[in-house]
Design a protein around this ligand. Structure first.
Ligand code: ADP
Ligand code: MG
Length: 322
């Protein structure tokens, strides 16, 4: 199958929101008056960000999901996306491309966004997605707005994706049902787009948990110039995680990335507003701590109020030895 056939067959759909979509030298978009563009890009490399054995439908979903998660963290309304693909010969085939594009386009439809272009080349399997979104001018949620005294919130129940990764690495074993649950969290993350949108004007700072809760919290702390105290006892846990040893629970909750939940801060007087957002969206939102002065740094207290050593939970860094 040639490059153009392949694009036509799997990635070319009629433009809806774009003035011109796939098929010309550029996509053409009409910016909305009074709104700002938000743009983010993420690259997924086989063996680095996903296992060679992953189901292509789930891979298509995840490649777009991790990008939508960045829009969610900014409180943006998703608009459209670009897809750059490097495909080995073994993958430039319908057996891979059909489920891959279906997984990706199903998630795109769920969020009302369209594929407006990209690039396709042969090479090792690498997937680059760029998403575009919009926010009302000045309302993007940033990492830099957290204030001392704000409550620190997390959505969902982070930790399962890391649990699945540990099983794939052969470091843990789980009963089949638990493994399937954890694996779904890892392979089919649900970007918290509606939450991000609802938090505009409510949250003071937000980030999506891609590299681990503590690592991502560090970005908010550095850019907002604040510190944080987390009460481990308040961290929400799913049943799959609850039955693990304390060490595994902590590793998954504090250092486990890849969950794509949102970590955000909001003033205590917005507490009930945030809870109401969670109820409306059917999404668990939990206060896990509060923001303190920058000099206090980050502290995590165990069930007895004792500080735990954060040495091992710093967050994922591709260029740091593991
Ligand atoms: P050019 O040579 O101008 O870079 P291409 O031949 O690479 O154009 O692409 C032709 C059209 O197909 C363009 O509109 C481009 O955006 C689109 N396209 C290429 N690859 C993809 C892809 N993987 N998904 C969606 N659109 C794509
Ligand atoms: Mg090109």
């Amino acid at each position: 199958m040639g490059e153009f056939d392949l694009i036509d067959r799997f990635f070319h759909r009629p433009a809806r929101r774009a003035v011109v979509g796939v098929g010309d030298d550029c996509a053409v978009l009409q910016p909305t008056a009074g709104r700002q563009l938000t743009i983010s890009t993420d690259l997924l490399v086989e063996g680095r960000h996903f296992l060679p054995t992953v189901d292509p439908y789930r891979l298509g979903h995840k490649a777009l999901a991790v990008n939508l998660s960045d829009l969610a963290a900014c409180g943006a309304d998703p608009h459209s996306f670009l897809l750059s693909l490097s495909l080995p010969e073994s993958k430039a085939r319908p057996s891979f491309l059909k489920p891959f594009s279906q997984g990706m386009l199903a998630l795109a439809d769920l969020h009302g966004i369209e594929l407006i272009g990209g690039d396709t080349t042969s090479g090792p399997l690498t997937i680059g997605v760029t998403v575009l979104g919009e926010v009302p001018t000045g309302q993007a949620l940033l990492r830099s707005g957290a204030q001392e005294g704000d409550e620190l919130w997390v959505s969902g129940t982070p930790g399962e994706a890391r649990l699945a990764l540990e099983v794939f690495r052969g470091k843990l074993s789980l009963p089949e049902s638990g493994f399937n649950t954890a694996r779904l969290a890892m392979e089919m993350p649900q970007p918290r787009v509606a939450l991000g949108q609802a938090l505009r004007g409510v949250a003071t700072a937000a980030i999506d948990i891609s590299d681990g809760l503590i690592g991502d919290l560090n970005h908010i702390m550095a850019q907002s110039d604040v510190g944080a105290i987390i009460e481990l006892a308040r961290m929400p846990r799913t049943p799959v995680l609850t039955v693990q040893t304390v060490n595994v629970q902590r590793l998954c909750q504090l250092a486990g990335g890849d969950d794509y939940e949102l970590l955000f801060t909001a003033p205590p007087d917005r507490h009930d507003v945030v809870l109401a957002i969670g109820r409306r969206l059917g999404l668990k939102l939990t206060v896990i701590g509060r923001m303190v002065s920058a000099e206090e740094g980050v502290r995590v207290r165990d069930e007895f109020g004792h500080p735990i050593d954060l040495g091992d939970y710093g967050g994922f860094d591709h260029f740091k030895a593991e």
